[in-house]
Design a protein around this ligand. Structure first.
Ligand SMILES: [Zn+2]
Ligand SMILES: [Zn+2]
Length: 348
C-alpha cells in the first residue's frame, strides 16, 4: 500500500513509498485511513528538524491527525466495521511512569513515550493501519469528514481543562479570553472559549483571508497587530503562536488573577531584554497562573469530540481550507496565505 514517508532528521526525503500491509501485531482493529490533517509538526519533520523512525527501520510514515473507518474489528472491541475512528497519537512509555500507568500519557514523566508519525511509531498518512481498540476514539458519524479536526481539538481541550482547573481557585469566574494566533489550534481554542460563554478575542498577524470572519462567526472579536496595541485586559490568555515576543507580551497582559496557558512551541535562541523583577512582581501580586500544555489523553479526545459535535458544522467545514489527494501531497505541505487547515485526503 502507499504511504508518505521520510528519513527522519534528513531534509528533502519525503516520498510516496510502497510499504507492507500493517502487521497483525499493530493491533486487532484494522482501519482504512480517510484523511490526515497537516500541521506544523509535519513540516518540521519534513525539514529534518525532528522525528524518529520505528525501531529497526529507516523511514517513518508521517501524519498524526487522522480520521479513519473501521474495516474489521473483534466483537469485544465495541467497534464495528464502518465506524469512524481517530487514533490517539501518544502511547504510554514501557515502564510505565505513574502518569502513563494512569492513562495520563500526555503528562509522561520519563520521556520514553512514543508518538505516531512523530516519535518511534508509524503515522497515518498511509492507506491502512491496525491498532488496539483502546488506542482508538469513536466519533459520531454525523461529524463525518470534519472529525479530522479531532486531534488538534484534543490539544485545546486539554489546555482548556487546565485553565478551567486553575479558574477554580477563587469565586471570580473569568469572563474574557485572548487567544494569540489564529491558526487551527488558535481558532479551535477560540471555539472552546465561545462554548464556555466567554468574551472571545483572537489576535493574529494577518488582516484578511478567512480568519477574521471565522472569529466573528464565533461571536468573537478579531484583532491584528501587536498584543501591546490591545486595550484589552484578558482574564485568560491561550497562547498559540510560540513566538517569543508574543509570549512575553501576553504574559504581562493578563488581568488580576489571570491565567495564561502556553501551547505554542518556540524556537530557542531569540533573546530580548526582560525586566524579570517587574514580571515576577506583577505575577505574585496579581496571583497569576502560567502553565504549559502539550498533547492530550483519552479524556481530552472525548471532550474534544463533544466540542466538535456542538459546533456549527459549516464553521468547521470552513476551517479545512484545502483537501489534497495523497498523490498531490507536495502541494499539501506548501502553506498558502489563505490556508487554515490543509488535509491530505487518502480515501473517500
Ligand atoms: Zn498536529
Ligand atoms: Zn510515562
Amino acid at each position: 500500500m502507499r504511504a508518505l514517508t521520510v528519513l527522519p532528521k534528513s531534509a528533502g526525503t519525503l516520498e510516496l513509498s510502497q510499504v507492507p500491509e500493517p502487521p497483525a501485531d499493530e493491533g486487532d482493529v484494522q482501519v482504512d485511513v480517510l484523511a490526515v490533517g497537516v500541521c506544523g509538526t509535519d513540516l518540521e519533520i519534513i525539514s529534518g528538524e525532528y522525528g524518529q523512525a520505528p525501531p529497526g527501520r529507516e523511514r517513518l510514515v508521517l501524519g498524526h491527525e487522522s480520521l479513519g473507518r473501521v474495516r474489521e474489528a473483534p466483537e469485544a472491541s465495541g467497534l464495528r466495521p464502518g465506524d469512524l475512528v481517530v487514533a490517539i497519537v501518544r502511547c504510554p512509555d514501557p515502564v510505565p511512569c505513574e502518569n502513563c500507568a494512569a492513562g495520563e500519557w500526555d503528562m509522561c514523566r520519563n520521556g520514553r513515550y512514543t508518538e505516531h508519525g512523530i516519535k518511534g511509531l508509524d503515522g497515518f498518512m498511509r492507506e491502512r493501519y491496525r491498532a488496539a481498540p483502546d488506542r482508538l476514539v469513536s466519533v459520531d458519524a454525523g461529524l463525518g469528514g470534519r472529525a479530522v479536526l479531532l486531534e488538534p481539538t484534543s490539544i485545546v481541550a486539554k489546555a482548556w481543562a487546565l485553565v478551567d482547573h486553575a479558574a477554580q481557585r477563587s469565586a471570580y469566574r473569568p469572563r474574557t479570553v485572548l487567544v494569540t494566533g489564529a491558526g487551527p489550534v488558535g481558532l479551535l481554542a477560540a471555539l472552546l472559549g465561545s462554548q464556555r460563554d466567554l468574551e472571545v478575542h483572537v489576535l493574529d498577524r494577518v488582516e484578511d483571508g478567512p480568519k477574521p470572519q471565522l472569529v466573528r462567526d464565533l461571536g468573537g472579536e478579531y484583532h491584528s497587530g501587536d498584543v501591546t496595541d490591545l486595550r484589552l485586559v484578558p482574564d485568560i490568555v491561550i497562547e498559540c503562536t510560540g513566538a517569543a515576543p508574543v509570549v512575553l507580551d501576553a504574559l504581562s497582559r493578563t488581568a488580576i488573577d489571570g491565567i495564561t496557558c502556553l501551547t505554542g512551541v518556540s524556537t530557542p535562541g531569540r533573546r530580548r531584554s526582560v525586566d524579570l523583577g517587574q514580571l515576577n512582581r506583577s505575577m505574585v501580586l496579581e496571583n497569576d497562573v502560567v502553565l504549559g500544555s502539550v498533547n492530550a489523553n483519552r479524556s481530552h479526545y472525548e471532550s474534544a469530540a463533544r466540542a466538535l459535535a456542538a459546533a456549527d458544522p459549516s464553521w468547521l467545514d470552513r476551517l479545512v481550507t484545502r483537501r489534497v489527494p495523497l498523490e498531490d501531497h507536495q502541494s499539501a505541505f506548501k502553506r498558502g496565505s489563505d490556508d487554515v487547515k490543509v488535509v491530505l485526503q487518502v480515501a473517500d
